[in-house]
Write a protein that binds this ligand. Sequence first.
Ligand code: SF4
Length: 412
Amino acid sequence: MTGVHSLLPDGHPGLLLPPGQHEDLPRYLAAGGYAPLPDPEPLLDRVAGAGLRGRGGAGFPTAVKLRAVRDAAGPAVVVANGEEGEPGSVKDRWLLRHRPHTVLDGLRLAAAVTGARRTVVYLSDTAAERAVRRALAERPADPRVDVVRTEHTYVAGEETAVVRRVDGGPALPAAKPPRPYESGVGGAPTLVANVETLARIALLHTHPDADGAAVAEGHLVTLAGSGGRAAALAEVPAGTHLKVLADLCGHGRAEAVLLGGMFGGLHGPGWADLPLDHDQLKAAGGALGCGALHFLEPEDCPLAVAADATAYLAAQSARQCGVCVSGTGALAAALRAVAAGDAAADTADRLGRWSAQLPGRGACGLLDAAARVAGSLLAHFPGQIDAHQDAGCAACRRARPGDGHRFAVRVP
Ligand code: SF4
């Protein structure tokens, strides 16, 4: 099943609109949008009490970030980050195209809470930009919002890359510290917030009587897999089992999943019982990341998927950190050799060593993603390297490693 789907209980506040419907100002006002600004503290308490976590990938508590920016010295900046670098994710582009007022209202509320004087929408998608500019033209004028275009790359949405691009530089990550909440756009304390995070702040405000935890725990997920099926975008309650999500998008035969875009790695036996939950996926050695799931059918080869993902990540490296250039390149080359039936006898040992040693050594998460893909292949599919020795397999021979084609999805 393609398109958009909601698994939220009836009457529960959510972000998805039925197919073909777009959010305009009358619709958003009728839903309680752009309500008078609240006092910052009660709204902060509502966000904290709801347990809202960032939806860009890291899952950091949103209230903690809001407070850090509010309490830092100097007038703040808030950036609505709509640039989703994971090729398997469409939720942020969908939100900007179809719920621009909800995102802009969340941006307005975050600015009020942090005392920001400057707000920015950061994006690369042309259709999203059109929708945002249309919404800006019809909504209340305050606060002023700038739209900053970026290129669409894996790293362009990383928070320090966002800051550099908004400041007129390249969309490339910078070393941390300082983090943007300390010194971001123009040196000001800056909140870089994913657009779904902002939209959920708006939902919490426009539905004051709703159960905050349930609003905050709703997730937009992008579901895709092999076989050329278009992606499904779904809004689901936290804790939904991954098997339910596979069935929802027509991949009920799936035997494995690549989680988090690429950031959460591959998961094999037992994957179907995993719940969509930051902490439980982390405990299982994965990560929810941006909520993109790519299901592997029985015909798919996990090694081909891992080789493809690491080759893509190596090609997307911003080539700023020596360890990333050599590390992603080495991981990709080793997996490519295994896929070709051409690997040296110690390849599994080297992959295991690298996947343990490389995470955390680059300026952004790209290197971590590549290491996790390789490490998860070894952990969850231990026989794959030996099985490919000498001959490879048909699925690997069909693969086109490195172009990201396998993972790319269209916005429904
Ligand atoms: S880790 Fe890689 S992608 Fe990230 S900043 Fe360094 S070189 Fe660029």
